[in-house]
Design a protein around this ligand. Structure first.
Ligand code: NI
Length: 138
């Protein structure tokens, strides 16, 4: 595939191949781009960090396992479980903390340059990669 991470990939990408290129947790790879959005793949386990994206919604698709997303909404805190094959969008401006007790593989769809820890966040633990996504090395 192209290693040009500024535009769409030039060949089809098998997501299982993409996921096999890395083991790092909470450290998304940019699989391809759509206009000014990244399609990112990540492996996750344990807890991410509470954070908020003030200006963008954040799309999740669970490929393997299950993802829990805690949300701080006006009415209080709640958590949604996003099962394999399910999608969920965290609206902009909503503090959230993804987690997965047993581990999961996920895809994210969000504007290029979006930080994994948002515009504001609690203290970032060592196991969380604060990044705007890494190039996929296929
Ligand atoms: Ni987020």
């Amino acid at each position: 595939m192209s290693d040009d991470t500024t535009g769409p990939a030039t060949d089809p990408i098998l997501l299982s191949d993409a996921l096999s290129t890395f083991d790092a947790l909470w450290s998304p790879r940019i699989v391809t781009r759509v206009n000014d959005y990244d399609v990112r793949a990540a492996k996750v386990r344990g807890e991410h960090v509470w954070h908020v994206h003030e200006d963008t919604d954040e799309f999740f698709l669970v490929l393997e396992g299950a993802l829990e997303i805690a949300l701080r909404e006006e009415g209080g805190e709640r958590a949604v479980t996003v099962e394999r094959g399910a999608v969920f969008v965290v609206p902009r401006g909503i503090w959230h903390r993804p987690s997965s007790a047993d581990g999961a593989s996920i895809m994210l769809f969000e504007p290029s340059g979006t930080s994994t820890v948002g515009d504001a966040h609690d203290e970032v633990p060592a196991h969380v990669d604060a990044t705007t996504g890494h190039a996929l090395a296929l």
